[in-house]
Design a protein around this ligand. Structure first.
Ligand code: C6P
Length: 415
């Protein structure tokens, strides 16, 4: 059993694939603990994109010449790989967007403005990232839609006991983060999706911090939409995914209009192409999509259940190691089995930005601030936190380096 684990998840071997992890920061080996913001990229992803640029590069869906057809074929293959990765039943259910932010805006503009009317209600949670907050705030102000929030419980989980009260007949949409980017809280989506569907509401899952880290099966979840970003899961920037059920995607109007998303255009009007083209106006980021396809190949070879187990172990060790430090307060659930790879904390008497700057001097990269979740920080009575976040290439020794870096910062700032 132990041997099997070692063979399927060899972190030393994995690290060899990541050139940026070999770099130095202020004369120290880089300890990269900010993968929740964006992950590093393996050679395989860099090479997949490099190869397209060096060989068959040509715009997709445009030409009858060979290179355009090959580029189109590679783009289509990437879509099929990603559909398989999340177990969508067809590749057409995968819409390529720039990132999760664009996916959620697409939903607020296309689904929200088409299907929601004054007096309807949308249920969110108090721990949402701004990407799944602001588009709904704007919609609410514009259309007289009411927003309601699933509250945070004192242990950093969502208080789902409030659902029967929140899920009234006026609720038409429920949207929530599968994993919190601050507290690490993993919410079992089925606990929200089933009661929401029971009242006829549609459900959006923000999977930005989940899809990179654990197996996701959109058919098993039965979510209506699932959104995530490629750059947090070994892929390049500029590419993200919106999964949607076909009957909903078909019924929704386009978000952006222009080339590539039409069926026909005349002086008098236009008709729309079928999904997914209807939602992919203009030249798509097809090289980035091919890069994301390579990232998905890499993760699939590691096995997502093994990725999840590796991170759970790191989080368990991180919780144990950091809780030994005096003056340090860890946020979020204490049980690693319901935590993703993000560990946020505060240190008494030290501003998170000062801590982040001193850790950087030790070669340790963490994120500090409100992590684009200001309403959550308000609920916690905080303005900023420090956050270490783990991925497939992190090791327990990096947790030790973080703990030692925090102790050193305390000595420097408290002397
Ligand atoms: N969170 C973080 O450091 P984009 O920026 O569009 O790729 O992802 C937006 C987003 C949406 N939902 C969740 C839960 C997220 O964590 C993020 C991105 C990063 O926490 C950058 S702010």
């Amino acid at each position: 059993m132990v041997m099997e684990k070692v063979m399927t998840f060899d972190v030393e071997r994995i690290r060899e694939d990541f050139p940026a992890l070999k770099s130095m920061m202020h004369g120290k080996p880089l300890v990269y603990l900010d993968s929740a913001a964006s992950s590093q990229k393996p050679e395989q992803v860099i090479a997949a994109m490099d190869q397209v640029y060096r060989t068959v590069y040509a715009n997709v869906h445009r030409g009858v010449y060979t290179n355009s057809e090959v580029s189109t074929e590679l783009y289509d293959q990437a879509r099929a790989k990603i559909a398989h990765f999340i177990n969508a039943s067809t590749p057409e259910q995968v819409i390529f967007v720039r990132n999760a932010t664009e996916a959620l805006n697409l939903l607020a503009y296309s689904y929200g403005r088409h299907f929601l009317k004054e007096g309807d209600e949308v249920v969110l949670t108090q721990l949402e990232h701004h990407a799944n907050f602001v588009p709904w705030l704007v919609l609410a102000q514009e259309r007289g839609v009411k927003l309601k929030y699933i509250p945070l419980a004192s242990d950093g989980t969502l208080d789902l006991s409030t659902l029967p009260e929140l899920l009234t007949p006026r609720v038409k949409l429920v949207t929530f983060a599968h994993v919190s980017n601050v507290l690490g809280t993993i919410t079992d989506p089925r606990l929200i999706i089933e009661p929401a569907h029971a009242i006829g509401a549609r459900v959006i899952v923000d999977g930005c911090q989940a899809a990179p880290h654990m197996p996701v099966d959109v058919q098993e979840l039965d979510c209506d939409f699932y959104a995530f970003s490629g750059h947090k899961m070994l892929g390049p920037t500029g590419i993200g995914v919106l999964y949607g059920k076909p009957e909903l995607l078909d019924a929704m109007p386009p978000f952006l209009t222009g080339g590539d998303m039409i069926n026909s255009v005349s002086m008098e009007g236009a008709t729309w192409a079928d999904v997914p083209a209807k939602f992919e106006a203009g030249t798509p980021a097809f090289v980035q999509a091919i890069g994301l396809g390579a990232a998905v190949d890499y993760l699939t070879a590691l096995r997502m259940d093994a990725v999840r187990e590796h991170e759970r172990e790191l989080v368990r060790y991180g919780l144990e190691r950091l809780s030994e430090l005096s003056g340090l307060t860890l946020l979020g659930p204490t049980d690693p089995s319901i935590r993703g790879g993000a560990l946020s904390f505060t240190v008494k008497g030290i501003h998170p930005h000062d801590l982040g700057t001193l850790l950087d001097r030790e070669g340790i990269a963490v994120r500090t601030g409100h992590h684009c979740a200001q309403p959550l920080h308000t609920c916690l009575g905080l303005t900023a936190t420090a956050r270490a976040s783990f991925y497939i290439y992190n090791e327990p020794r990096e947790v030790d380096a973080l703990a030692e870096g925090i102790e050193k910062a305390k000595r420097v700032l408290h002397k």
